[in-house]
Design a binder for this molecule. Structure first.
Ligand SMILES: Cc1cc2nc3c(=O)[nH]c(=O)nc-3n(C[C@H](O)[C@H](O)[C@H](O)COP(=O)(O)OP(=O)(O)OC[C@H]3O[C@@H](n4cnc5c(N)ncnc54)[C@H](O)[C@@H]3O)c2cc1C
Length: 408
């Protein structure tokens, strides 16, 4: 059955979709926001909400500090631990009393961003709507079809924004999906209570031999509770003959240092796996009548695995491109290409630096050497602070600078 026509249909109401819907509504557009799930829904994640995400939350008018009942923890630093055991704590240069990021269970965080978009008068929301295909007129996408309560429905719009995550149905239907294992990470995560957490305001990235170039993480949620997981570039899984769940359990039970911290721990959930399309590759993020945002656009930081900040950010940029397309009344890919240009102008520098750091992590001796040096050299820690914690800042140190101080 064919329904009412909208200006924009956003498929997926995670951080990227809800951000897109909010910013498009603020541009005066009529938006239909669809998700196959019902909120609050969970999303397999490390639950680390970085400074970049906090900045975007501000623009969305959300302040986690003032949301009652929100379970979150302030984060002030990242601790990197080399395979040899050198520890580098990177503070986030925030004034006393301020925080750089938070950890917050995605079930709660995503609902917050979703409800914020839902509040906009010109946003219509349908939950439990599973998009199964795009509607085409010649080579132009003009809407979507899907199932809600077992009934097939169709909606039309001038532009469809695909915010449907790593396994994007829209990308698949338009033959734009890639499964290039050098540019995807696979990760597993669960939650533990009763873990020894030395600093509950620091997220920990442990580079451990068996899972290089990936890392094992402990992201504190409270004094004793943590989101725990590990991730690695997909192509290394067969190369290293890894079973990620076994590796996770092995680290927790047998790692000479970490196992002591998990000695009396209680596993709270089953281990879940998910894939991360990383921005080490520039994917095509537009077509006739379509834009891709968030994970559907493959914007995850290749070194840290952080994707929420860029998901929120890409929603904002999409709204600018959508507004311009309406001004021209042209929804062809020639016009929508502007989105990709705007987005990659902003993100290419940080994504390319993170890709280089990801490649560095492939070499155990380089990691030991770089983190060993960083543990002793404040200049290198400064570089890492800018690159990892504040990658959106324009004044990020160059790779040449890093090499100079490393070699100096
Ligand atoms: C294990 C793991 C750990 C991670 N840790 C972090 C971290 O600590 N910090 C960080 O910043 N990032 C992290 N990430 C990355 C982060 O989870 C993603 O980058 C982020 O969720 C992207 O948001 P999104 O809105 O684009 O996609 P999603 O959050 O995946 O949302 C997509 C939405 O689309 C909906 N959808 C999908 N298909 C359809 C369909 N056919 N019809 C209708 N709706 C549909 C889904 O139900 C979902 O609500 C991690 C990822 C993984 C896998």
């Amino acid at each position: 059955m064919h329904e009412k026509e909208f200006d924009v249909i956003v498929v997926g109401a995670g951080p990227s979709g809800s951000s897109t819907a909010f910013f498009c509504a603020r541009e005066g557009l009529n938006v239909l926001l669809l998700d196959k799930e019902f909120f609050p829904r969970d999303k397999t994640c490390g639950d680390g909400i970085s400074g970049k995400s906090i900045k975007l939350l501000n623009e969305l008018g959300i302040n986690p500090k003032t949301v009652s009942g929100l379970e979150f923890s302030f984060i002030k630093s990242t601790t990197l631990i080399s395979p040899k055991g050198d520890e580098v704590k990177i503070g986030f240069n925030k004034p006393e009393g301020e925080f750089a990021g938070i950890t917050c269970p995605r079930k709660q965080f995503d609902s917050l961003v979703f409800n914020n978009a839902k509040k906009e008068e010109s946003v219509t929301v349908i939950e439990g709507f599973n998009v199964t295909d795009v509607l085409m007129n010649k080579n132009q996408v003009i809407g979507v079809k899907g199932l809600v309560n077992g009934i097939e429905k169709e909606f039309k719009a001038k532009i469809v924004v695909a915010a449907d995550g790593a396994y994007s149905i829209i990308r698949r239907k338009l033959n734009l999906f890639d499964s290039d294992s050098d540019n995807w990470i696979v990760a597993v995560r669960t939650y533990y209570d009763n873990v020894i957490i030395p600093d509950k305001e620091s997220i920990e990235l442990h580079f451990i031999d068996s899972i290089l170039p990936g890392y094992f993480w402990i992201f504190p949620i409270s004094e004793t509770k943590a989101n725990v997981g590990l991730g690695i570039v997909q192509s290394f899984v067969p190369k290293k003959k890894l079973n990620l769940v076994n590796e996770l359990n092995k680290i927790i039970k047998e790692h000479p240092v970490l196992s002591k911290r998990f000695k009396d721990s209680i596993k709270l959930n089953e281990v879940k796996a998910w894939n991360l399309p990383i921005g080490s590759k520039h994917r095509k993020n537009y077509a006739n009548g379509v834009l891709f945002v968030g994970d559907a656009a493959g914007l995850i930081d290749p070194f840290t695995g952080e994707g929420i900040g860029n998901a929120l950010f890409s929603g904002k940029i999409a709204s600018i491109a959508v507004k311009n397309a309406f001004a021209l009344n042209d929804f062809s890919e020639a016009t929508l290409k502007e989105f990709d240009e705007l987005l990659w102008n902003e993100l290419s520098e940080e994504l390319s630096k993170s890709t280089k750091l990801m490649h560095l992590a492939k070499h155990r001796f380089l990691l030991n050497w770089a983190l060993g040096k960083a543990a002793r050299n404040p200049e290198i820690r400064g570089y890492l602070t800018q690159t990892i914690s504040d990658s959106s800042a324009k004044k990020v140190g160059s790779m040449q600078f890093l090499l100079k101080v490393l070699l100096g």
